[in-house]
Design a protein around this ligand. Structure first.
Ligand SMILES: NC(=O)N[C@@H](CC(=O)O)C(=O)O
Ligand SMILES: [Zn+2]
Ligand SMILES: [Zn+2]
Length: 425
C-alpha cells in the first residue's frame, strides 16, 4: 500500500507551478501525474494537498545534532524530529560532538543511531583535524570509507594555512569537499557580537568582519592551488561575499552557504543582552545583511543552511559574554524566509525552494532534492496560507534558544515524508 498526495502544486527554479498528483510506495516516488482529475486511489492512503506546495524534502547541509556527548542540548532523535517539523528530510551533521567525529567508530555510531532513532536522513561530516585541534589531520580515506560526505572543523577555524593546504590536497585526491568555518582567532579575542552599533552601545568588544574574510581569502587561494571543492560555511560579511564572487569569476571551485538569521537580522535588531541573539558568526551590520542577500540572489552564495545549534536554557542564561554561540534553525527557516522574502515579492517561491532542495543536492552531488519517478520519496507539503506565532512551548528541539519567539510567520510545513514515511504532520 502506498500514499497518494493529491492536488498539490510543485514549483521549479524558474517558478513554474504545476498541479500534480504524486504516488509513493516502498520509499520511492512511483507515479507523477500532471494536473487533471484525481486518479483512482483505491487501496492507498490519501493526503489531500489541495492549494498546498508539494516540495522535495528540504536539505540542510549544516546542522548540529549534539550526540554523542551533549545529549542535554539535543539528540539524534530530537534533532531529526525538529528537522522534520521544519520540512527537512536530509541533514548533514557537524562533527563538533564529544568525542568529535574524527574516527571510523564515531561515524558508525552516528549512522547507526540515525538509522534506528532518526526521523530523517543524516549525513555526517568528519573532522579535518584530530579533536578539531588544528594539529594533525584525521584519516580522510578511512572516514570517507566509513561514510562521511566531507571534512570540516566547524566550530573553529583551521588556523594554520599549511594544515589547510595539506587538508585540501588530501581531500582533492579523494574527490571530497572541504567545508570551512572561517575564523581567524587572533582577531576575535573573546568578543561576543560583531563590531558595530550594538557593541558600541553596550561597550562590548566586537568581532571584526576580517576575522571571517581573511580565512575566505586565504582559502580560495589554497583551493585554487589544490583544485579541491572548497565550501564556505555560514557567510556573514560583505567582504567574504566579495572574495567568493571574485574566486568564482576566476573559475575556482568554491561554493558557499548562508543562514536565515544572517539574511533577516542585523546587529541593530538585537534588543538587549539576551544570549539567544548570540551566534557565530554574529549578526552583522545592515550593510553586511544587504551584501549576503545580494550574494545569494546573484548566485555567489549557493545554498541556504540553518546551522541549527541547540544549547540548553541554563547555558544561554549565562548572558551575552559567557553563553555559548548558536541558535536553533530547523523549525523557523522556511516560514521566516517565505514571510520575509517571498511574501514581500523580493524572491519567487521557486527561488527559495530551489536553494533548499535542488541546489544543495547539486553542490554536494546528492541524489535527493527532486520529485521524479524513481526518486526517493522525500516530500514536504507546505501550507503557504497558514500563519502561526512561534511559541516556545511548540518547539520540538530539546533546546529553545531562538530569537524568533513571538514572531508571526506564514508558510508552515504541514506534512514531512522521509524515505516514504510520514515523519511529521
Ligand atoms: N554557529 C554557532 O554559533 N555555533 C555552532 C558552531 C559553529 O557553527 O561554528 C555550535 O556548535 O554551537
Ligand atoms: Zn561554524
Ligand atoms: Zn555550525
Amino acid at each position: 500500500m502506498g500514499i497518494w498526495i493529491l492536488n498539490g502544486f510543485t514549483v521549479d527554479a524558474d517558478n513554474e507551478q504545476t498541479q500534480r498528483h504524486i504516488c509513493i510506495e516502498d520509499g520511492i516516488i512511483i507515479q507523477v501525474i500532471n494536473g487533471g482529475e484525481a486518479p483512482d486511489t483505491a487501496g492507498h492512503t490519501v493526503i489531500d494537498a489541495a492549494g498546498k506546495l508539494v516540495s522535495p524534502g528540504f536539505i540542510d547541509m549544516h546542522v548540529h545534532l549534539r550526540e554523542p556527548g551533549f545529549e542535554h542540548k539535543e539528540t539524534i532523535a530530537t534533532g531529526t524530529l525538529s528537522a522534520a517539523r521544519g520540512g527537512f528530510t536530509t541533514i548533514a551533521c557537524m562533527p563538533n560532538t564529544r568525542p568529535v567525529i574524527d574516527t571510523v567508530d564515531t561515524v558508525k555510531l552516528i549512522l547507526d543511531k540515525a538509522e534506528t532513532e532518526g526521523a530523517v536522513r543524516v549525513l555526517p561530516y568528519g573532522c579535518i583535524t584530530k579533536n578539531e585541534l588544528g594539529r594533525e589531520l584525521t584519516d580522510f580515506a578511512a572516514l570517507k570509507e566509513a561514510g562521511v560526505i566531507g571534512y570540516t572543523d566547524d566550530g573553529v577555524g583551521v588556523q594554520s594555512a599549511q594544515m589547510m593546504k595539506d587538508a585540501m590536497n588530501l581531500a582533492a585526491s579523494l574527490g571530497m569537499p572541504i567545508i570551512a568555518h572561517c575564523e581567524d582567532n587572533t582577531l576575535v579575542e573573546g568578543a561576543p557580537v560583531t563590531e558595530g552599533e550594538f557593541a558600541r552601545k553596550h561597550g562590548l568588544k566586537g568581532i571584526p568582519n576580517e576575522s571571517e574574510a581573511i580565512h575566505v581569502g586565504r582559502d580560495v587561494l589554497l583551493a585554487e592551488a589544490t583544485g579541491v571543492h572548497y565550501h564556505v560555511c555560514h557567510v556573514s560579511t560583505e567582504q567574504s561575499v566579495r572574495l567568493i564572487r571574485h574566486a568564482k569569476q576566476h573559475g575556482i571551485k568554491v561554493t558557499a552557504e548562508v543562514c536565515p538569521h544572517h539574511l533577516v537580522l542585523s546587529d541593530e535588531d538585537i534588543p538587549d543582552l539576551d544570549a539567544n541573539w548570540k551566534m557565530n558568526p554574529p549578526l552583522r551590520t545592515p550593510r553586511d545583511v544587504q551584501a549576503v542577500i545580494e550574494g545569494l540572489e546573484d548566485g555567489t552564495i549557493d545554498i541556504i543552511v540553518t546551522d541549527h545549534a541547540p544549547h540548553a536554557e541554563e547555558e544561554k542564561a549565562k548572558g551575552m559574554m559567557l553563553a555559548p554561540f548558536g541558535i536553533l534553525g530547523f523549525e523557523t527557516a522556511f516560514p521566516l524566509l517565505y514571510t520575509k522574502f517571498v511574501l514581500t515579492g523580493q524572491w519567487t517561491l521557486g527561488f527559495l525552494v530551489d536553494r533548499l532542495t535542488a541546489k544543495p543536492a547539486e553542490v554536494f552531488s546528492l541524489p535527493w532534492g527532486k520529485l521524479e519517478v524513481g526518486s526517493p520519496a522525500d516530500i514536504t507539503i507546505v501550507d503557504l496560507a497558514s500563519e502561526q506565532e512561534i511559541k516556545k512551548s511548540e518547539i520540538v528541539s530539546k533546546s529553545k534558544n531562538t530569537p524568533f519567539i513571538g514572531w508571526k510567520l506564514q508558510g508552515w510545513p504541514v506534512v514531512t515524508i522521509a524515505s516514504g514515511k510520514v515523519v511529521w504532520s
